[in-house]
Design a protein around this ligand. Structure first.
Ligand SMILES: O=c1ccn([C@H]2C[C@H](O)[C@@H](COP(=O)(O)OP(=O)(O)OP(=O)(O)O)O2)c(=O)[nH]1
Length: 151
């Protein structure tokens, strides 16, 4: 368990619950829409929008937050996140937004306070990228992008 410090945006509705886990074993904490005007939006089929959460967070060093779609919204309404998983860097202090897209065939309304996505906290490993003369040989070699299905 890690602690993530959270503050509200100036115009955010503080009555909207903070992200929370719905069950003891949940990996994702549900994130809610928090529109400054307490209204909502209607997302036309194929449209995208940045939905505010009203939150800014401080992720501990060595961790990231991934913003992922909710499967129920995806299955029932085609609501997805085009940048899924959205990456929240540990040094980001700006407003947390969720980029939603309506991949369904009907308009979809997102109301103030709706649970629109989920956030997963994950450890991060940073690499040092070293320019090398060559790479080690393997059985796969350069095969990829479905190469094993063609054998
Ligand atoms: O779904 C998202 C994705 C990103 N962010 C915020 C947090 C993240 O730390 C920052 C930058 O995201 P990312 O690195 O994906 O964006 P970029 O397009 O590479 O922009 P930048 O040049 O600002 O890094 O934007 C969100 O609030 N929601």
């Amino acid at each position: 368990m890690v602690a993530i410090r959270v503050i509200h945006d100036t115009e955010a509705d503080r009555d909207v619950p903070l992200p929370g886990y719905e069950t003891p074993g949940a990996a994702g904490a549900d994130l809610r829409a928090n529109f400054p005007d307490r209204g909502g939006i209607e997302l036309a089929p194929g449209a995208r929008a940045l939905v505010p959460t009203g939150l800014r967070i401080e992720i501990p060093d060595g961790y990231e937050v991934q913003i992922r779609p909710r499967s129920g919204l995806a299955l029932k309404h085609g609501i997805t996140l085009p940048n899924s998983p959205g990456t929240i860097d540990s040094d980001y202090r700006g407003p947390l937004g969720v980029i939603v897209m309506n991949a369904g065939s009907e308009p979809f309304r997102i109301a103030h306070g709706d649970r629109i996505a989920q956030m997963v906290v994950a450890p991060v490993v940073q690499a040092r990228f070293e320019l090398a003369g060559d790479l080690s040989e393997t059985a796969r070699g350069a095969g990829g992008f479905g190469s094993t299905g063609r054998r």
